[in-house]
Design a protein around this ligand. Sequence first.
Ligand code: ZN
Length: 388
Amino acid sequence: MTQKLVITNIGLLLSGKMEQPILEADCLIATDGKISAVGREKDMDTEGATTSVDAHGVTLAPGLIDSHVHPVIGDYTPRQQQLHWIDSTLHGGVTTMISAGEVHLPGRPKDVVGLKAMAIASQRWYENFRPSGMKVLAGAPILEKGMVEEDFKELAGAGVKLLGEVGLGSVKDGKTARQMVDWARKYGIQSTIHTGGPSIPGSGLIDADMVLETGTDVIGHINGGHSALPDDQIMCLCESCTAGLEIVHNGNERAALLTLNTARELKQMDRIILGTDGPAGSGVQPLGILRMVAMLSSLGNVPAEIAFCFANGNTSRQRDLDTGLIDVGYAADFVLMDQAQHAPGANILESIQLGNLPGIGMTIIDGVVTSQRSRNTPPAQRLPELLA
Ligand SMILES: [Zn+2]
């Protein structure tokens, strides 16, 4: 039977598109988990809904995307011995997570056969099991010395679509890394790199020269994770290539603002994407992506509707995803939210531009309601209602 989701009375509809961040629409319909119509309710066919949501005037945006996480297995992370961190993140409005490497697995294999097996297994177990509904794109092998072209071909053929952060394994020179990233790209595997100082004992420094020589698709945590590169190197990275500029919660906030300001001067804010880099030494951040949106909007002087694009639409486009934008055919992955109770500002956008988090009232993934009032955000003024 066809599943039809109808959401009415949307007060504000954010698109994820920097060129038109706010849509003139109050109603959205999804059929079998994909957006099928967006517009004014009076003009739309809302009959025959299998699920109806009355938004009661709240804001709807594409579900947020965390471009940089380190999952291991299920909804458990050994990094801080924490359960249900993914469920908590869903309550922070994130509906898709992208692995930058399953590096926190105790005893992680570093031989080539072992690392390939682990990447393929990780891809499978998150494809087969979505914690609380969360889409976790995982299976991101860490480059180790001795990998050859055939390994990348084999990984791609087995369904691996991502590399873990270059530099976390034994490949630490630009020439070798470049060769492997080129092989990965040849077979359709996206790449990212650990930018900046060592994150934890055992990892190393990766400076701007190595980032540029390696040529990954995304400059992973350009604001450090935690230690950022010197300012001139960050500006050089923004100016010298066209790769994604990934800003993370577990990085240096000043360097994040420097990246934002440099990208704005270059008129390339569409390169900015957001991640948490959790779980990590600083824990997990269920509200990390929302906090980055509020931080960059308020301290970086970016309209909130644009800052949200960093957290969904830009990532969708940079990483070629079928989620993160409001457009017919995209996955029906949404976050519904409103101005937090007693937060200053005339409306939700102004409130965020003043540095406040919104209150989340619902998440939807593939057209299915996955959570209702968030247990983690400040309470919203108004809540959407699941009618049937
Ligand atoms: Zn890193």
